[in-house]
Design a protein around this ligand. Structure first.
Ligand code: SAM
Length: 275
């Protein structure tokens, strides 16, 4: 498996814009990373002031992602992962967690932020199982046609599709259900969906975060938990099912979920096996 993305990959991504905050760079800052600029840190400061729990939520989302990958690769036997809205590769990223269980696990990271592609390239240059490509979850058919993605999905081996912390950038009119359905339809039978999203179930800070964050990054839509739950319709939820990300196979007994401040929900689910 040679992981050499097409030469025109970098050209297909827009240039890095440091005049406006970027979602990937803001998230990197929230997680304590260094791949961010003043404009991102200022936007984060405004968001942190509006809702201080955002740092905890970002870390809880990330911890959920790691526990989910531990399950998918360590227990469910998954060896192929497509991670859409992957963010900047940071310490203990998806491919690292996966490779602790099975070093041959193939990972394709997909993100629409050019900084992810630039950093991912540098970080993954020596890694022959993992690649990062530029793609937009709002254009799932195009994303699925990328050669790295078609290669990953080729054959009958189940795949894990990760959509963690990305669907709240899909606006109400942009048909999140249709996007998820299109992506799921492209997966081999018995594949998995791992999805988490920020939600607004009436918590005052969630509404504030949606407004302040939306102004910063230009788009944000917090669905209700019930709306996110519906994205799993027709799939078989892996125990303990759907709920706050902090409650999903939590391995830190000191973590206590407060529904007022943990407005991030998710689950892991399996698609039907072949008939
Ligand atoms: N999945 C990682 C996690 O949960 O730790 C990162 C989540 S981060 C909050 C959201 C990522 O989604 C950012 O890197 C951002 O660039 C990416 N993103 C936002 N809109 C996107 C889109 N339309 N297509 C692809 N990626 C997108």
């Amino acid at each position: 498996w040679m992981r050499t993305p097409p030469d025109d990959e970098a050209q297909s991504a827009p240039p890095i814009d440091v005049s406006r905050p970027s979602i990937a760079r803001m998230y990197d800052y929230f997680l304590g990373g260094k791949d961010n600029f003043a404009v991102d840190r200022e936007a984060c400061a405004a968001m942190k002031q509006a809702c201080p729990e955002l740092i905890d939520i970002a870390n809880a989302d990330r911890a959920f992602l790691r526990r989910a990958v531990n399950h998918l690769v360590g227990e469910a036997g998954i060896r192929r992962i497509i991670d859409i809205g992957s963010g900047l590769p940071t310490a203990r990223n998806v491919h690292e967690v996966a490779h602790e269980h099975a070093p041959q696990t193939q990972v394709v990271y997909v993100d629409n932020d050019p900084i992810v592609l630039a950093h991912g390239r540098a970080l993954l240059a020596d890694n022959d199982t993992t690649t990062v490509v530029h793609g937009d979850v709002l254009r799932p058919a195009e994303l699925l046609a990328h050669p790295e993605v078609t290669r990953l999905l080729d054959g009958e081996e189940p795949v894990a599709l990760l959509l963690v912390g990305v669907l709240h950038y899909v606006l109400a009119e942009e048909d999140a259900e249709g996007i998820v359905a299109t992506l799921l339809a492209a997966l081999p039978a018995g594949s998995y969906l791992c999805l988490a999203s920020l939600v607004n179930d009436g918590q005052p800070n969630a509404a504030r975060a949606e407004e302040v964050g939306g102004q910063a990054v230009g788009r944000l839509k917090f669905r209700t938990s019930a709306e996110v739950r519906r994205l799993f319709d027709g799939l078989e939820l892996v125990a303990p099912g759907f709920g706050y990300v902090t409650d999903w196979r939590q391995d830190d007994p000191t973590v206590v979920t407060d529904p007022e401040t943990m407005w991030c929900v998710g689950a892991v689910a399996r698609t039907p096996a072949a008939q």
